[in-house]
Design a protein around this ligand. Structure first.
Ligand code: ATP
Ligand code: TPS
Ligand code: MG
Length: 336
């Protein structure tokens, strides 16, 4: 096994053009960056832990790609452009004791991670390598023109609630993996293991969406964040939620609906937008090959009624991923 400094040099020195805004990159005690004038920095960190966020036996390249993609997804949700990332990697020393196994895994992992860096225009500028349970903590930094970031707090009564793409594919892919499916070209497995952050969509929605976030814990749980931050309620038309391709065929209708509403791992954008701007946003995303579907309306707090297709909070439909829930429990979330 290489010493950690050699490991960094060997696997994580990204090729490609030098970034003129990196005054000092990998190799010193800290990174020195030159922010763009007229922009705010958007910064977020996400940790991916083996057997919590990805299966221990997932392909190494998918682990690398996914760890970066889920972190970059938070920049997309802010309408920011990705710029830089830091990767703190904890490797299981026992598992990586065999040199060939370590090399195979690290090469695949680096290919997935650095491939994502190239695809999202994010330069790896630092990190950390430690031993312990396999986990990756990725800090991302992006920028957004001052005042134009998409926050969770801007939704107003009357806004349309909409989602990009289709939902349930992340949870559907996890279910298939647990059933033994290993063909990475399967669309649902791809949605789970190789998610794509909606960076271009987030940038196109600047000045149009009144609020935005990415769907990581599940639509219903994540809607709760916008409802709380914006002080609105949401009348959701659950039947209008677009289901990932092949989801119903793979899971059956009930499980497919549950995956789309509360499965999580989709990394699509959830937005609110004034009705008069919806068609423009839809056209902008359509030009990117991405659907934008209306799934509900913002209403005054307390005004939610359960009409056809709307979700019944009292029936325990409002839940999503929670890290500290007892194993296999259905987790009732905040029904507000
Ligand atoms: N340990 C912590 N210390 C300080 N702030 C935290 C901590 N953990 C989370 N936060 C902050 O709480 C907010 C919500 O965090 P959370 O991780 O739930 O983000 P998210 O975008 O909803 O989910 P995801 O992690 O799936 O992207 C963020 O602003 C985050 O920076
Ligand atoms: C092996 C395995 N088991 C379960 C899941 C489901 N899962 C784990 S964390 C999470 C929410 C997002 O994480 P966070 O809130 O930490 O950003 C979800 C939906 C998975 N991805 N992999
Ligand atoms: Mg998020």
């Amino acid at each position: 096994m290489l010493a950690e400094f050699d490991l960094i040099r060997h696997y994580f020195t990204a090729p490609g053009a030098a970034d003129s805004r990196v005054a000092l990159g990998i190799g010193d005690d800290a990174t020195l960056l030159v922010p763009r004038a007229g922009h705010e920095l958007a910064v977020s960190v996400d940790t991916s832990v083996t057997n919590v966020h990805f299966p221990d036996d997932a392909p190494a390249s998918a682990v690398g790609h996914r760890a970066l993609a889920v972190a970059v997804s938070d920049l997309a949700a802010m309408g920011a452009r990705a710029r830089w990332c830091w990767m703190a990697l904890t490797l299981d020393a026992r598992r990586f004791a065999d040199e060939d196994a370590a090399d195979a895994w690290l090469s695949g992992y680096a290919q997935g991670f650095l491939g994502g860096c190239a695809a999202y225009d994010s330069t790896l500028v630092g990190g950390d390598v430690t031993s312990g349970t396999l986990a990756i903590s990725v800090t991302v930094m992006g920028d957004v023109p001052t005042g134009q970031a998409l926050k969770r707090s801007g939704a107003v009564v009357g806004d349309v609630v909409a989602v990009t793409g289709a939902l349930g594919g992340g949870a559907g892919g996890l279910e298939l993996w647990q059933r033994g499916e290993r063909d990475l070209s399967h669309p649902l497995l791809r949605r789970y293991l190789l998610p794509e952050p909606r960076l271009e969509a987030g940038m196109a929605l600047r000045g149009l969406a009144t609020s935005a976030m990415d769907i990581s814990d599940g639509l219903l749980a994540d809607l709760g964040h916008i409802r709380r931050a914006s002080n609105v309620d949401v009348q959701l038309d659950a039947d209008a939620v677009p289901l990932a391709e092949g989801l119903t065929a793979a899971l059956g209708a009930d499980a497919a609906r549950r995956a789309a509403l509360s499965g999580g791992d989709d990394y699509e954008l959830l937005i609110t937008i004034a009705p008069e701007n919806f068609a423009r946003a839809q056209a902008a995303l359509d030009a990117q090959g991405l659907a934008l579907s209306a799934v509900g309306r913002c209403v005054a707090p307390g005004a939610v009624s359960s009409g056809d297709g709307s979700v019944d909070a009292a029936a325990g439909d409002y839940h999503g991923w929670q890290h500290f829930a007892p194993a296999s429990a259905t987790v009732p979330g905040d029904s507000r």
